[in-house]
Design a protein around this ligand. Structure first.
Ligand code: SF4
Length: 311
């Protein structure tokens, strides 16, 4: 058994290899979209932690076409990791918040024989039936998978208000139902150490996303990017971040209450140093991951041990 297969949770790279029969890499794609929480439709100020890149790092300029970005990134990633199969990943801001005709063009532009899946990151209140039907057709016609990545962040409605998400848990549930019914996959994004959440919220988030059928999950810590509301609150002493130990405790609690079927794409995120004032307690993401796994192995904890719900 190799080290990846013996991990106490479902590791994404293992799933990719099993599902697609070989290594598959994501290619970040940057398109000229914004977000209804920033352009004035819902509000101008955005989520309290949203930096200037809208969650997209390592992307090329959106002046380049989707085809050009695919070309450049697949060459680079293909050479670096000897990768032959790819997942174009529409990453920054709200990638379904655009004209439907543009959306269709951008999605079609990334279809190539070496593409096995398309991943699209968005808000739970920004996915239309029209987009879902179109993606369903794309999946069928090209024999590829489609994953919609939904930023939920917290299941606690008070916390959602404080962090200024301007969507509700109900939006997430309703959109999940529509996407799953269409046979597409979902990856849910969560910040598991929000200081306004309690541990019970983390447990609830694991239960809810499991029961709603989320195929994947990405967790990250609350980092403080420059020029954000969160930075101002932090500098004014209005918010105190949790410790690394508390993050690990919450992450373990989350995994133990998560269905064993959910594949973990990420347990801790990364933010470029130049864009943030506080990230991951100045500790490398992989050290935090290793510490977390060691604790789980020592205590015989594993994903799904406390999950009793239905999928
Ligand atoms: S929904 Fe995403 S892009 Fe929009 S303001 Fe919040 S973090 Fe930024």
């Amino acid at each position: 058994m190799n080290s990846q297969e013996s991990k106490p949770y479902q590791v994404y790279s293992v799933w990719l290899k099993k599902h697609y029969g070989e290594k598959v890499y994501k290619i970040p794609i940057n398109i000229p979209v914004t977000c209804p929480n920033r352009d004035g439709t819902l509000g101008h100020d955005g989520c309290i932690y949203c930096g200037e890149k809208g969650g997209g790092n390592e992307t090329l300029s959106n002046i380049l076409s989707v085809k050009e970005q695919m070309e450049i990134n697949s060459k680079y990633i293909g050479k670096r990791y000897n990768a032959k199969k790819f997942i174009p990943y529409f990453q920054s801001f709200t990638n379904t918040y655009c004209e439907f005709s543009d959306f269709k063009d951008w999605i079609k532009a990334c279809i190539r024989p070496d593409v096995v899946e398309i991943a699209i990151s968005t808000r739970p209140d920004c996915v239309t039936d029209e987009q879902i039907s179109f993606l369903q057709e794309i999946k069928k016609e090209n024999n590829i998978e489609i994953t919609i990545e939904l930023g939920l962040q917290s299941v606690n409605s008070k916390t959602l208000k404080i962090i200024n998400r301007r969507h509700t848990l109900e939006d997430y549930i309703e959109t999940m139902d529509r996407i799953k019914e269409a046979g597409l996959m979902v990856c849910t994004h969560l910040i598991i150490d929000l200081p306004w959440d309690q541990e019970v919220d983390v447990v609830n988030s694991a239960k809810i996303i499991s029961e709603k059928g989320s195929d994947f999950v990405k967790c990250h810590s609350l980092y403080i990017e420059k020029n954000t509301q969160l930075e101002r609150w932090y500098n004014d002493g209005k918010v105190q971040l949790l410790t690394k130990e508390a993050y690990i405790r919450r992450a373990i609690l989350f995994l133990e209450n998560l269905s064993p079927d959910v594949v973990v794409q990420r347990l801790i995120g990364r933010a470029p140093k130049e864009d943030s004032i506080v990230t991951n307690w100045d500790t490398s993401w992989w050290k935090i991951r290793d510490e977390l796994e060691a604790q789980m192995n020592n205590e015989n904890y594993c994903q799904g041990r406390l999950f009793s719900g239905k999928r």
